[in-house]
Design a protein around this ligand. Structure first.
Ligand code: KG4
Ligand code: ZN
Length: 358
């Protein structure tokens, strides 16, 4: 089956042609990073306008690079949510019109499930149960996956996503957007043990994440030590590099420590680490070390597939299409879409007054 994947949930317009859910014939990503850089974050109105401009040429290029035409496409998979409403709507409306015109099935895909499927390429087939850490600018979740397509949330962030913390700390230090790659680069030149930030403790003992206290900790350190943000065309000082290293170490300790703890408890056969933050080499090394200790394989997406892309959406869509699942043309963008179809504990958590921002 040849699936055309379409992704437009945030600031990347992407299209990909994927055969059989595992073979990428083409994957085109048009990033808006340069456009949003001056604002230090994604401006939703600008993002949706840019998606409108780019969706048609990006899809055409994906078909061209795959050396196929629209009539060869068997189905369309499109990101339905979560994400920015204006951005999602561009992809969803375009995909629906295309599916209607071509008279082919369409499937709405959960963006987070897309990230889980990003490891379907360049890795051996996943052995279940798996434990998947999905870390991006909008999400930080650990999913227990007893079999493909089944998800139980076993850990999530109470406040900021890990990628968001990277972005905010970078902004605080006068560094470029997106913060992750810049902070990672400077952290490599910093001394990790010099400035220490604690890993947040969750008072009710759940294995959840929290990064907003860490962000405040960095802000306090900057203020109390009178550290000036890096100015334009200025080289970052050693102290800025040390802060980056200290911050990054704490984020990784929290992510990998929690994954390790839950792996001991849940005994998965495979670990998965995906999402934009999975580009981070120090995180990959720490996850690899933890997996070694647990004697488990750990799968990462290739770098191109770590940040938002449409190949992962096509792969997730292919999985559901093969099982006969279809969306109908009344399907629309859903910003609040969640990925948990197993042992959903939301009602119980609400009763216990456990609060999540996302
Ligand atoms: O998956 P993604 O492209 O978009 C979302 O679905 O959110 O992730 C983007 C996030 C940004 O917050 C960015 O700062 C972070 O991934 N990121 C990184 C690195 N590269 C991207 N974080 C840490 N280290 C990196 N090398
Ligand atoms: Zn994403």
């Amino acid at each position: 089956m040849l699936v055309l994947g379409i992704e437009s949930s945030c600031d990347e317009t992407a299209a990909a042609v994927v055969r059989g859910g595992r073979e990428i014939l083409s994957s085109v990503i048009s990033s808006q990073i340069e456009m949003h850089k001056p604002f230090g974050g994604v401006v939703p109105e600008l993002a949706s306008r840019e998606h409108l401009e780019k969706i048609e040429p990006v899809v055409s290029e994906a078909l061209e690079r795959a050396n196929v035409s629209l009539k060869d496409i068997d189905a369309i998979a499109v990101t339905q949510g979560p994400g920015l409403i204006g951005s999602l709507l561009v992809g969803v409306c375009y995909a629906k019109a295309l599916a209607y015109g071509l008279d082919v099935p369409i499937i709405g895909v959960n963006h987070i499930e897309g990230h889980v499927f990003s490891v379907a390429f360049d890795n051996p087939p996943i052995e279940y149960p798996a434990l998947a850490l999905i870390v991006s600018g909008g999400h930080t979740n650990l999913f227990f996956v007893p079999e493909a397509g089944q998800y139980k949330v076993v850990s999530r962030t109470r406040d900021d996503a890990a990628g968001e913390a990277f972005d905010k700390v970078a902004k605080m230090l006068g560094l470029d957007y997106p913060g992750g790659p810049v902070v990672e680069k400077l952290a490599r030149e910093g001394a990790a043990g010099k400035i220490k930030f604690p890993v947040a403790k969750i008072s009710d003992g759940r294995a959840d994440f929290s990064f907003s206290g860490l962000k405040t900790g960095v802000a306090r350190y900057v203020r109390e030590n009178n550290i000036q943000p890096v100015g334009e065309n200025e080289a970052p000082s050693q102290e800025i590099k040390d802060i980056c290293a200290g911050f990054q170490t704490t984020v990784i300790k929290s992510l990998v420590g929690t994954m390790e703890k839950l792996a001991l408890e849940l005994k998965p056969k495979t670990l998965i680490v995906a999402g934009g933050v999975a580009c981070n080499r120090a995180l990959r090394e720490a996850a690899q070390n933890a997996a070694g200790k647990l004697n488990l394989p750990v799968y990462f997406p290739s770098k191109h597939l770590s940040t938002d892309n449409a190949a992962m959406i096509a792969a997730a869509g292919n999985f559901h299409l093969e099982r006969g699942k279809r969306s109908d043309l009344r399907m629309t963008a859903d910003v609040t879409m969640r990925l948990q179809n197993l042992d959903n504990e939301d009602a119980e958590l609400k009763r216990k007054k456990v609060r999540y921002r996302l």
